[in-house]
Design a protein around this ligand. Structure first.
Ligand code: ZN
Length: 198
């Protein structure tokens, strides 16, 4: 006869909220190359590096970091005009966010991809990715509007300003996309380095 193990609730921890540890120096250097490539307009190179980093993070069991990297690969593809690949990478980011039960966490980054697609005249692809994001948000009972309102409210409460870029990996730091720990401390969504807002 088997005996049922007594039910023990897991220790309380908001799901997936704990920031992953900072990445290895090698990964940080790759991130820096990718952000620099994007800045000088080499979108294809940036997308290639972000995609590779996303796949690596996925293999290493760091899904949120993978989702962030895929969203950035999608953004680079959208900026570079490869709308089809932008949708594919963007959907990968949404799928992972949905799987983690946190599609809202990737919504701002995926929103940037959608905007870039629209700016580039790729309306059909923008709408396709938007529909996928909306469905993932709806499945957890929220919406883009709600996520945007929540982020705007949080932004309004903060006095401190983020530095423009992450010193460790060169990523531009966007207030809606970094991981905030309190009003003045955050971590870089790409490399996990701590950031002080002043
Ligand atoms: Zn960083």
């Amino acid at each position: 006869m088997f005996r049922r193990r007594p039910f023990r609730p897991p220790p309380f921890r908001p799901l997936g909220r704990r920031p992953p540890p900072p990445v290895a120096p090698r990964v940080r250097r790759a991130l820096r190359r990718a952000h620099e490539a994007l800045e000088r307009g080499d979108a294809a190179e940036a997308a290639r590096i972000f995609r590779r980093l996303g796949e690596e993070a996925e293999r290493r069991g760091m899904p949120l970091r993978a989702a962030i990297a895929f969203a950035e690969a999608a953004y680079a593809e959208a900026v570079g005009g490869d709308a089809r690949r932008a949708v594919e990478e963007g959907e990968r980011a949404v799928e992972i966010g949905a799987h983690l039960g946190r599609p809202g966490r990737v919504a701002p980054a995926v929103g940037r991809v959608i905007e870039a697609l629209r700016r580039g005249g790729h309306e059909a692809e923008a709408a396709e990715l938007e529909a996928r994001l909306d469905a993932a948000l709806e499945a957890v009972g929220t919406s883009r509007r709600e996520v945007a309102d929540r982020l705007a409210a949080a932004r309004g409460q903060r006095r401190a300003q983020l530095p423009a870029k992450c010193e460790a990996c060169g990523a531009p730091l966007l207030p809606d996309e970094v991981e905030w720990h309190d009003d003045t401390t955050a971590s870089c969504p790409y490399c996990g380095s701590p950031i002080k807002a002043v």
